[in-house]
Design a protein around this ligand. Structure first.
Ligand SMILES: *Cc1c(COP(=O)(O)O)cnc(C)c1O
Length: 415
């Protein structure tokens, strides 16, 4: 197969604008809210964080929401609040079962807590952790399961919680991709143990950087609030406001994981627009599906066997080299870059990074499904405010790369 090189005469090629795989969706309301906060005289943790947490509780239908400065901090905080860590004679630490198809921060948080990450391979259709493999990975040291709702596709939570209950394990759902997702008609975060969200600029909603936890028992939530802010058993807002009490006590050497009011000022209007933004994502996903569904060269995101709403944080496809004249993922990414189209790589399987190989002895072959997916996966541009014209550039470029007829909507005649 010859891959036609883009040239400036092709109608979709505009050298000047590189299309990144995502752009945060920030409008005037968000900008004005941030400005109001900056002018208010209070930009650290304060009333806006309190309101953001209340709004999150309402949106997620959960009893406790805790805003933090990143999902990475949130995952660590969750493990600490569950008392998971080294716990032992120094030879055996607690173990947390998770997936290699994730961002490294999921795994690093386990290591920072002093515990040991234990991987199970993923399912072939959703790329989520294969729940049927969890029980074989449980040992007397296992304390928690940390699933990832990959791309926003919920893991099969009924099955997962059944195993967790049977073995008395905590569940910390890495929901960094899944704010707005649901499982069998129930929103992620409205039930279960602990969920952790990311508001990094590339996620479904943003606070510039930031994250939050939804928690379903008061005792765990209380521990998180203390660990979030130096181990102080009182919030700064309580201390410095007019009616506040200056007396504090430190009951544990805590962390500095609090969210600022400036971040919450961005998050409040973002949360109000989240469902509308997720609907836009669905529209783009449907257009990609329509364009590509008859192609053998790529595998599109597949649905689960159970009812769910996938918030589509990313649109991750697989290249099938055996159907595409041996083209690799890296070549496809490079070709798209020649067309000025950015892609994402979510994710290289975590167990094959140098540190984890050296430290835990992981090797290629340990989790074959995750490895195949990791070799073939790439994320196409997807963000709420992406225009049809921008999306057509992606469809057009892929059509050329795979020698497909140009879709009618992007033919030169229509320009
Ligand atoms: C983005 C992401 C994180 C980390 O989020 P931060 O807010 O950047 O710390 C953790 N897990 C997954 C699956 C992610 O995609």
């Amino acid at each position: 197969m010859s891959h036609a090189a883009p040239n400036k005469n092709t109608p979709f090629f505009k050298e000047e604008d590189f299309l990144p795989f995502t752009i945060p969706c920030v409008d005037e309301d968000v900008i004005n809210s941030a400005i109001d906060c900056l002018k208010s005289g209070w930009i650290a943790t304060g009333p806006r964080v309190q309101k953001f947490e209340t709004d999150l509780c309402e949106y997620l239908a959960c009893p406790h929401a805790i805003a933090v400065n990143s999902a990475t901090s949130g995952l660590h905080l969750a493990l600490l609040a569950c008392g998971i860590g080294a716990n032992g004679d120094g030879k055996k630490t607690d173990e947390v079962i998770t997936t290699p198809m994730t961002f490294v921060s999921t795994v690093n948080s386990i290591i920072h807590a002093g515990a040991t990450p234990v991987f199970v391979d993923v399912e072939p259709n959703t790329y989520n952790m294969d729940i049927s493999k969890i029980e074989a990975a449980i040992t007397p040291h296992t304390k928690a399961i940390m699933p990832v709702h990959f791309t926003g596709m919920s893991v099969d939570l009924d099955l997962l919680y059944e195993i967790a209950r049977k073995h008395n394990l905590r569940v910390i759902e890495d929901a960094a991709h899944a704010i707005g997702s649901s499982y069998k008609g129930r929103k992620i975060g409205s039930f279960g143990d602990i969920q952790v969200y990311s508001f990094h600029p590339c996620k479904n909603m943003t606070t510039a950087e930031g994250g939050a936890l939804s928690v379903h028992d008061a005792e765990t939530a209380k521990k998180m609030r203390i660990q979030r802010f130096h181990g102080i058993a009182k919030d700064a807002w309580d201390r410095y406001s007019k009616d506040g009490n200056q007396q504090i006590d430190v009951i544990t050497p805590g962390h500095k994981y609090n969210m600022s009011d400036l971040q919450a000022a961005i998050g409040i209007p973002q949360l109000q627009k989240l469902d509308a933004m997720n609907v836009q994502r669905q529209k783009h996903v449907a257009r990609y599906k329509k364009a590509f569904e008859s192609w053998d060269e790529i595998t599109l995101p597949q649905d689960a066997t159970y009812e769910n709403f996938n918030a589509f944080h990313i649109y991750a496809i697989l290249i099938n080299p055996e159907k595409a004249d041996g083209m690799t993922r890296d070549t496809l990414m490079a070709e798209l870059k020649n067309y000025n189209i950015g892609t994402g790589l979510h994710y290289p399987a975590v167990h094959l990074f140098d540190y984890y190989k050296k430290t835990y002895g992981f090797k290629r072959g340990d989790f074959p499904r995750a490895e195949t997916i990791s070799d073939r996966i790439l994320s196409l541009p997807l963000f709420p405010q992406m225009t049809e014209e921008q999306q057509d550039r992606v469809i057009s470029a892929l059509s050329r790369i795979f020698n497909k007829p140009q879709p009618s909507c992007t033919s030169s005649e229509s320009r």
